[in-house]
Design a protein around this ligand. Structure first.
Ligand code: 9MR
Length: 390
């Protein structure tokens, strides 16, 4: 009974928000504005990772379509899901998501074509058992042609290769494709994807590149090399799983670095863990500030086309199974209520059309702000009127 009451409350809220969203500007609507409407007004897209298996939860689909204009299959377009047995393709979940996107005027990011890391379940064992280069090449070609070809014109962007570098290192990850085909497997995968759908935007997607440092440098060198080889790479995905606080100034600089190479950039897998703090309200507020800072960094870079959150409700987040419960990393809570992270993400995107002068937080900016306020204080103390008043 309580569940029924809660569901009808969510349905009622959605109806109100749909009416509110249909009128006026998000700049005036404040809390009534959906992420989707804010993104549209800012000239961006906003997406979420999702799984059709959650459609049995009656609020899941309506909230997804209300808040987002793009979706990514969290798992169901991975090789393990689409071709678990050689030449035996399975598209039921991916098709359901693409049909949902079509019915709700949403775009779809394809994730992903090649991701072979020992620690994850993304590539089937039968692929990893192939040691003959010609055979693996043929299998890769069949997979990419079949999957990309099926969704040509329906999936606007593909993560062609996911996480090419070692997670905490700078070298190419020596996955199965690297071992059998050599480092050229990346260029080969992009060429295959481009041939299968020449209109799709093709991405290299990587984790832990939001900050500066050796991994970012290695990733930049890799992308530069691919471009010089003439590989059809069109975009770079910054995953954005924030286990620690983001540095938005560095993030913006890194996004610009790739934009300056003529590439599209996207935040492809945003989530941000609740930090320790004195009480839940302040922890949620900090999370909201972090979402704002990340979204604002993207909004300030014209080539940053889309922000995708990795899930959208704390009811379903991979972090629960990875780290345990309690980190609540997404913009909506377990009951689909909007959190400060929702406000932050929305207002951050709106910075593209209504930039504020206040610099976002970062360690560097804090020092600048402190020096600025100190100087202002000194100046004020010396102001004649003030001295006289004392
Ligand atoms: O969230 C995904 C989780 O459910 C899967 O078990 C895991 C392995 O396939 O992949 C997770 O998503 C990852 C994404 O595909 C690539 N970047 C890191 C994401 C979180 O691990």
């Amino acid at each position: 009974m309580a569940l029924v009451r809660q569901r009808s409350a969510v349905a009622f809220l959605i109806a109100i928000l749909q009416v509110a969203d249909a009128t006026g500007s998000c700049l005036d609507a404040g809390e009534d504005c959906s992420l989707r409407d804010a993104a549209a007004e800012a000239g961006m897209r906003v997406g979420a990772a999702m799984e059709p298996s959650h459609f049995s939860d009656p609020d899941y689909g309506p909230v997804l379509a209300l808040e987002f204009d793009s979706l990514t299959l969290e798992n169901s377009m991975k090789w393990q899901a689409t071709e678990p047995v050689q030449d035996n393709f399975s598209f039921a979940h991916a098709d359901a998501a693409v049909a949902f996107a079509d019915a709700n005027s949403m775009t779809v990011r394809g994730h992903n074509l090649v991701w072979a890391q020992a620690r994850v379940d993304s590539t089937p064992d039968w692929v990893e058992a192939i040691t003959d280069p010609d055979e693996l090449r043929a299998v890769l070609a069949t997979h990419v042609q079949t999957v990309v070809g099926r969704y040509a014109g329906k999936v606007d962007a593909w993560d062609v290769v996911n996480e090419p570098l070692e997670t905490a290192g700078t070298a190419l990850f020596e996955n199965h494709f690297f071992q059998v085909l050599g480092p050229g497997y990346i260029a080969e995968a992009f060429a295959l994807a481009h041939a299968a759908d020449p209109s799709a935007t093709l991405f290299l997607n990587e984790v832990l590149i939001s900050n500066g440092g050796p991994k970012f440098d290695a990733f930049l060198a890799l992308v530069t090399d691919l471009l010089q080889q003439g590989v059809p790479i069109h975009g770079v995905g910054f995953q954005g799983h924030y286990f620690g606080p983001p540095d938005p100034v560095q993030l913006e600089a890194n996004l610009r670095t790739f934009a300056d190479l003529g590439l599209i950039v996207e935040i492809t897998e945003l989530d941000s863990l609740l930090r320790p703090g004195p009480d839940l309200a302040s922890r949620l507020a900090v999370q909201g500030d972090e979402y704002f800072a990340v979204a604002r960094a993207c909004a300030r870079v014209p080539a940053c086309a889309r922000i995708t959150t990795w899930g959208f409700t704390d009811r379903y987040t991979w972090i629960d199974s990875f780290l345990g419960p309690g980190f609540a990393p997404l913009p909506l809570d377990v009951d689909y209520n909007r959190k400060p992270a929702h406000t932050g993400l929305r207002n951050g995107m709106l910075e593209r059309i209504a930039p504020t002068a206040v610099p976002v937080w970062s360690p560097g900016w804090s020092i600048v702000a402190w020096l600025g306020f100190s100087a202002l204080g000194t100046f004020r103390l010396r102001e004649p009127g003030r001295r006289d008043a004392n």
